[in-house]
Design a protein around this ligand. Sequence first.
Ligand SMILES: Cc1cc2nc3c(=O)[nH]c(=O)nc-3n(C[C@H](O)[C@H](O)[C@H](O)COP(=O)(O)O)c2cc1C
Length: 325
Amino acid sequence: MKTRITELFGIEHPIIQGGMHYVGFAELAAAVSNAGGLGIITGLTQKTPELLAREIARCREMTDKPFGVNLTFLPTFAKPPYPEYIRAIIEGGVKAVETAGRNPEPYLPYLKAAGIKVIHKCTSVRHSLKAEAIGCDAVSVDGFECGGHPGEDDVPNFILLPRAAEELKIPFVASGGMADGRSLVAALALGAEGINMGTRFIATKEAPVHENVKQAIVRASELDTRLIMRPLRNTERVLMNEGVKRILEVERERGAALTIEDIHEQVAGIYPKVMTEGEMEAGAWSCGMVAGLIHDVPTVKELVDRIMTEADALITKRLAGFARS
Ligand SMILES: Cc1cc2nc3c(=O)[nH]c(=O)nc-3n(C[C@H](O)[C@H](O)[C@H](O)COP(=O)(O)O)c2cc1C
């Protein structure tokens, strides 16, 4: 399938694997790229720019296809050394960067000068337009149903995607709630030129996370995620567990007076416990409502091939059958 997204990134299928903390290691990124999509290494999971350089080199040994790096600009006080992370990306010869979080504008000139294509993840039309205005090449439009940080506007993809299509000139992918061929075809119908998936890619054979995480996603229904940190305007969609129950209790008790310190224990340092150790009740980890559509743990290639085969059949048979002759 050819879209402006496949052309932009030099990939076969319009499927991107979004950056995921403690999931987006070289193994997953390479598997997605080898399957014809765009795999993405999560930059900040690597604790130093040197470690990121090593991870990029490791990924290059596993694939000769294009892959990218996610750089999340966090609202934290302890600012990671972004210029050095960017140097590692450029020197590693990476040609695609997924930015997320804060405005990437200060760093764009360096990425663009190195010929890197930038896709910025946005949860609103106004942020998407801003990304276009500052020179991003594409946008990942992340609806309210997404795993991770859906923003504070709560607009689901059935509205957000066509609204983005009405306003944007640069291409965009649909992110949040994407799982299968139906998602891809619906996203294309709503104006996107591909899909970005997070949660779905965790439940794959190659995702380098504990088996408990994959099984928790397979077991979960669309009703099992919760929104935390709303009072902090740093909303995150996470899978319900004992740690999340405690967070929600504290949030109810503290109300608008909530501070990050109140829930520090259940949100800080949780990812390695969950993703590496498989401690499923430890605390908050991002997960999308799309868990309700995930029923198996295929290889990445099986998943990507299945999505493309399903999408082809939907377009040429089901939808063509509805067209007026
Ligand atoms: C476990 C997990 C960790 C994530 N970590 C990050 C991250 O570090 N940076 C980022 O930009 N997005 C992160 N995301 C968001 C994904 O890149 C993607 O936008 C989102 O998962 C799409 O929604 P979906 O889960 O419904 O597919 C994370 C998502 C998950 C599920």
